[in-house]
Design a protein around this ligand. Sequence first.
Ligand code: ZN
Ligand code: MN
Length: 444
Amino acid sequence: MEYEPIIGMEVHIELATESKMFCGCAANHFNVSPNIHTCPVCLGLPGALPVPNRKAIRWCVMMGLAFNSSVASLSKFDRKHYFYPDLPKGYQISQYDTPFCSDGHLLIKTSKGEKRVGINRVHMEEDTAKLMHKKVKGEKVSLIDFNRSGVPLVEIVSEPDLHSSEEAVSYLKKIQQIIRYLEVSDCDMEKGSMRCEANISLRKKGEEELPDYRVEVKNLNSFKFVRDATNYELERQKEILKQGKKPRQETRGFNPKKACTFPQRFKEMAHDYRYFPEPDIPPISWSREEVKKIKAELPELPDEKIERFQKEYGVGEYNARILTDTKEAALYFEEAAKAGEKAGVSPGKIAKIIVNKRKDVENLSPRKLVEEISEEEKEKITDEEKLKKLAVRVLEENPEAVSDYKEGKKESLGFLIGQIMEKTQGKAEGEAAKKVIQEELKNF
Ligand code: ZN
Ligand code: MN
């Protein structure tokens, strides 16, 4: 029996706003003393009233638009109830049936080509406090740091469109890349500003319906852990299904050392949370004009950049993809291309040198990079007569490679060009050397 993996992703992104989601406390909670950014609102004291962070909501909508979602004209916040010591109110302010954004999608790259992944929703909520389990005076204690309590959190829920751990990782990388382009979060998985949960199940190949169970794996704080946990979980579930049983609907943790998952608790159902509208925050509405304005403010995103780089600079798709990996890298290339225009160095050449790491780009300004390339160009041997003489000598010295080439072994050409490079300490201009060797081979 063959099984098909069905994977959906839930991603939580901590926004890099100055202040928290519903109070004026500083949102930064990394490398600060515990419990210094707190107030009655984020400590959950009775009677304290939340005031939503306008910028955070705008950023949430920006993210939704970047993921091709539609923005709800009317949204509200809801209370999601559960008990845990890091949640002093006894509920999290989140969104239930009216998320800010829904029905989006992303295109991801996999080894099988491009793939569309649906994004069910993008909604706004708040982070919880942080529990720390420590030993104080020889006693095991749990401490709570409320600096993180109430930090703006955006949740992105995909459709169960992912069918392998490779696709899952590729999807997460794309999410991370786009959010970094938007500059609304650093999306650091290790630090926890990007947190991933995978919903994993299997169905028999050829079946149309979604499986009637799913296992949620939490705390996957690196791409490698996502891959390992998913692969482990798929194997585990396959074994259970093979025995004619059904895996339990539950939440599991991940042990990175053993690369395995372990049961944590039974999965809650939505009705367990007793969602109801947050009475202390009025509903939020968007006019079409406002949404248009936010859309217009979106920066050029990776996919658009890849296309433009191909058109504007004649760079191949593969190189364009690498050059646009980060916004900074893309900016670097464009500045170098501009400098290259003046110095007569083609963007294609600059792209190749950056992509193949032939220069220490980290320590060179775009201008300096172009200067160095142009200096080397000047030193290159392009003189055809000179190259011709060299080519003839190379062919005479390597009769075996020549006959190999004539018998159809095209890779011999690379070897022969390499010989010219050796004779000139790499100073022969590559294209010219290739041309001359090919010419000479004809009448040899
Ligand atoms: Zn506060
Ligand atoms: Mn959530």
